[in-house]
Design a protein around this ligand. Structure first.
Ligand SMILES: CC(C)(COP(=O)(O)OP(=O)(O)OC[C@H]1O[C@@H](n2cnc3c(N)ncnc32)[C@H](O)[C@@H]1OP(=O)(O)O)[C@@H](O)C(=O)NCCC(=O)NCCS
Length: 328
């Protein structure tokens, strides 16, 4: 008898074509390539073209993931999209993605967990599938951060980029197994990283736009410290849940917010830097999309080998935190 398990059967990613370098930013705000590189590790980021949306980028990331999994879009019975830059407030971007893919029956919803969007969605997808009703799920994170970035605010505009990543989860004998996942949050820190306006608390008005409250604001320094401690804690927690140790981890794939944060997390876990996957230099912080873009890039470039233990860990607005352990 074949034991049915749930595994990742395909990965995909999409990055918009337009590149914005640190030197481009020097012409926009009072900053320098040297400051950005030293403080964040970022050299350049990608920006969506006019007309590109969370759902269009999600589609571009999902098609290769579905092809790799050998799953037709009509076979999907679940689509979960992590984003806080959905195409529009209503309907969910997951439904717009579904329509783009030509699926007419899957359950579809967005989740808002900021930079943890992908790992939260992965946990939800896997647990729903374990319930027995779903066979093929598309788990995506897609962010057009450029549309909520204040291009006059040097504290934030140098950090972000646009992108999308996707995995297909399938029930069956194959696939890369999710060994365990841990997700959590503490809303007490909600004000540290936020988009103030555009919801029921501060609906958009002309005055709100004049005050530029439609953009991301962040207390970077406080977020930095919490990012390091909560990512390290989440990583330890998921390793404990799965009965593993940091020494067994082949690849640490952290949320790509800042090179210094990633190095501090690796140091805290005693994972050597050469085992930390890094692409923040090329793409910046793409919020929830950084982890699936990293995973798909590692997969497509042959970095991941069968048997590798991949520890994904993220942290973001909410504040949210999350970690997931996958056996490749
Ligand atoms: C944002 C971040 C890079 C700033 O680095 P930092 O070392 O904490 O720098 P600070 O915020 O203390 O600012 C230091 C100085 O640099 C200045 N500065 C900020 N942005 C700058 C920029 N783009 N260019 C030049 N100077 C800048 C500040 O104004 C400050 O100047 P002051 O000392 O005269 O007030 C860092 O805090 C960070 O990465 N935070 C976490 C980000 C994150 O993870 N966010 C998302 C979570 S998902």
């Amino acid at each position: 008898m074949t034991v049915e398990t749930i595994g990742i059967t395909g990965t995909g990613y999409y990055l918009p074509e337009r590149v914005l370098t640190n030197f481009d930013l020097e012409k926009m705000v009072d900053t320098s390539d040297q400051w950005i590189l030293e403080r964040t590790g970022i050299r350049q980021r990608r920006l969506a073209a006019p007309g590109e949306t969370a759902s269009s980028m999600a589609e571009a990331a999902s098609r290769p993931a579905l092809a790799a999994a050998g799953v037709d879009p009509e076979q999907l019975d679940l689509i979960i999209l992590g984003t806080f830059t959905a195409d529009q407030p209503l309907p969910a971007a997951a439904c717009l993605l579904q329509a783009r893919l030509g699926n007419h029956t899957a359950a579809c919803f967005d989740i808002s967990a900021a930079c943890c969007g992908f790992i939260y969605a992965l946990e939800l997808g896997e647990k729903l599938m374990l319930g027995g009703r779903y066979r093929n799920a598309l788990i995506v994170a897609s962010e057009v951060l450029s549309c909520v970035t204040d291009w006059q605010d040097r504290n934030t505009c140098v950090l972000f980029g646009d992108g999308a990543g996707a995995v297909v989860l399938s029930k069956g004998a194959g696939g890369h197994r999710i060994l365990d996942t841990y997700i959590g949050a503490d809303g007490e820190y909600a004000s540290l990283l936020k988009v103030e306006a555009g919801g029921s608390a501060v609906p958009i008005t002309r005055e709100v736009l004049d005050r530029r409250e439609q953009y991301v604001r962040m207390e970077g320094n406080k977020v930095f410290k919490l990012a390091v401690s909560s990512m390290a804690r989440s990583a330890r927690r998921v390793l404990k849940q799965a009965g593993g140790t940091a020494g067994e981890v082949t690849w640490l794939l952290p949320h790509q917010a800042n090179l210094r944060i990633m190095k501090a997390v690796a140091k805290s876990l005693k994972i050597p830097e050469e085992r930390v996957y890094i692409n923040v230099d090329r793409y910046g912080n793409m919020s929830g999309a950084t982890v699936p873009v990293g995973l798909a890039e590692m997969d497509h470039n042959g970095v991941l080998k069968p048997g590798d233990l991949v520890l994904m860990v993220a942290f973001g607005g909410g504040l949210t935190w999350s970690a997931s352990l996958v056996r490749w």
